[in-house]
Design a binder for this molecule. Structure first.
Ligand SMILES: Nc1nc2c(c(=O)[nH]1)N[C@H]1C(S)=C(S)[C@@H](COP(=O)(O)O)O[C@H]1N2
Ligand SMILES: [Mo]
Length: 537
């Protein structure tokens, strides 16, 4: 005679297990359906994307500051933890009252479906993965919960059983734990979610056609090549970052939970909007056949704190953007053009707005296809992204670009502008100390102090260093590559024992020196001098 303890432990424990298994089966089934519908429709991706877009700017900044580029991993873990908690509650609920549990699963399915459909590029079909997932999860929960307190034989249960060969010889009476039935159903659910989840995640994170299209790209030689980087541009002082940032260590900032993998073979770029007399559409190959330019350009993020690392310098190959816009009939506002904002749209619905005047003022604004000698990496916007020297990334550097629309700042607020960032944001003159590191312990004597400064498109004129608030001393500038790139500097400091504060400031070619006034990154970029405190023995 099975021992029936009525203290609820069994319901709590097995209910939790049932809830987690139902959630796992839900997610796995949803991933499998998303293979057909599209990776953006996976509930984890859709709910994660919605969470990112809904996150208040202060929290976003905090996350970027504390988790850096792993902010998305942290978010995903957070979503999974929340789901696990929810699943446990629903599971225990189901152990007592199956319809209530099923209703809980339906809520999960509805949240996923609504999130997917309401994404910027969401279609109604994007609801399918969450709905099918919820159905599968509900079935599993029904089955498992039924075994916890033995619902007696029921045709419905057996019809839904994952192991059709299984026959109970003597069905356990109502109220008694059907251990054998529970174990079989639980194992089947665990196996399905492990296999289905792995296969689904794998297939949803790599788009084979996109990978093949990138592998087959041969970048043509640029018509206007960049000169060799001057040898003196890279000081190669230990502790400094190299002048050209390798793709693998180039910073990444975007809202994409799963990196869009775009098939260059089917990709199109549209140029349209106010003042466009000739709407244009290009394939990737058509862009590659145009005259290409190659330029060194330093890209920086508006979310970069004073002394931060959200800056990188690469050698880009791309199509001059001004020429394309002129072919479309676009005139700058100063020449009577009706549009003052160029809105770039990515395949994932992101929007970034740049001033038309700036894009057409003669600088090397481009639609980049190459980065440091290879086609753009997927993480940096393959097949095509925009780069405008002198503008922060969030107002210019659209990755996975697919649409350029001419409009006005009055008529349209781009993604970040709706989140309290400034509509227009030229890069602020900045400088950074890379060595010595904060709180380093140093030996007295000559100590190399070095770092980098940037003021894209204006160029860095000079950089100065001061110790313990003393007089500003000229640092030795590295050879300038171009006005669009950062510029390294060094200063040989005769360090005396004690605790010291080293500060740096730069002056750009317009003669403006960085202000010492500290300002946070919102709304248009941080200001203030970077300082490092060290101890000398
Ligand atoms: N599609 C898309 N493009 C985007 C973003 C994004 O979130 N989505 N982020 C922008 C921001 S804020 C910056 S700083 C740059 C960063 O480019 P990187 O990741 O190649 O360094 O991309 C810009 N382009
Ligand atoms: Mo950014």
């Amino acid at each position: 005679m099975p021992c029936v303890k009525r203290n609820g432990m069994r319901e709590l424990l097995l209910g939790t297990v049932s809830g987690e298994l139902a959630a796992a089966v839900s997610l796995a089934a949803a991933e499998l359906v998303a293979i057909a519908v599209g990776p953006q429709a996976s509930p984890v991706t859709a709910i994660g994307g919605t969470a990112i877009d809904a996150t208040p700017v202060e929290v976003k900044n905090w996350a970027i500051r504390h988790f850096g580029t792993s902010d998305k991993l942290v978010l995903q873990l957070g979503i999974v933890a929340t789901l696990a908690l929810f699943a446990a509650v629903v599971g225990v609920l189901a152990a007592y009252h199956r319809p209530a549990g099923v209703a809980g699963v339906a809520v999960f399915g509805a949240v996923g479906a609504v999130a997917a459909v309401r994404r910027p590029v969401g279609l109604w079909t994007d609801a399918f993965p969450s709905l099918v997932g919820a159905l599968a999860g509900a079935a599993v929960l029904w089955l498992l919960a039924g075994r916890i307190r033995g619902q007696g034989p029921s045709a419905a249960d057996d019809a839904g059983s994952p192991s059709p060969g299984y026959r109970r010889e003597v069905p356990p009476p109502v109220g008694v734990f059907d251990r054998r039935g529970f174990l079989m159903a639980a194992s089947a659910a665990a196996a399905f979610s492990a296999v289905g989840g792995t296969v689904g995640r794998r297939l949803n994170s790599t788009n084979a056609a996109a990978v093949a299209s990138r592998d087959s790209v041969k970048l043509p030689a640029p018509q206007s090549a960049a000169g060799r980087v001057p040898a003196g541009a890279d000081l190669r002082i230990p502790g400094m970052q190299p002048f050209t940032t390798p793709n693998a260590s180039f910073y990444r900032v975007d809202t994409a939970l799963t990196v869009p993998q775009v098939d260059a073979g089917t990709w199109r770029l549209r140029i349209h909007g106010k003042g466009v007399t000739e709407p244009l559409e290009f394939t990737y190959q058509e862009l590659l056949r145009r005259p290409l330019i190659e330029r060194d350009i330093t890209l920086t993020c508006v979310s970069n704190e004073v002394g931060g690392r959200y800056a990188g310098n690469a050698r880009w190959i791309g199509v001059p953007l001004a020429a394309l816009l002129k072919e479309a009939g676009v005139r700058p506002p100063s020449a009577g053009g009706p549009a003052d904002q160029l809105v770039a749209r990515s395949v994932d619905g992101m929007t970034l707005g740049s001033p038309v005047e700036t894009v057409l003022d003669g600088r090397d604004a481009m639609l980049a296809v190459g980065m440091n000698g290879e086609p753009l990496p997927f993480t940096h916007g393959f097949p095509v992204r925009m780069i405008v020297p002198g503008l922060y990334g969030y107002v210019s550097a659209c990755k996975w670009l697919t649409d350029l629309e001419l409009t006005t700042f009055a008529d349209f607020d781009a993604y970040w502008v709706r989140r309290s960032w400034s509509p227009q944001a030229p890069v602020k003159t900045s400088s950074r100390i890379d060595t010595p590191r904060p709180f380093a312990s140093l030996k007295a004597g000559p100590v190399p102090v070095a770092g980098v400064a940037w003021a894209q498109h204006r160029g860095i004129d000079r950089t100065e260093v001061r110790i313990d608030g003393g007089a500003w001393q000229a640092a030795r500038p590295a050879t300038e590559d171009t006005a669009d790139t950062w510029r390294q500097w060094s200063y040989l400091w005769d360090a005396k024992p004690g605790s010291h504060r080293i500060e740096v400031r730069a002056t750009d070619r317009t003669g403006r020196t960085q202000t010492g006034e500290r300002q946070g990154t919102v709304p248009d970029g941080s200001t203030g001098w970077h300082s490092v405190v060290v101890t000398v023995e």
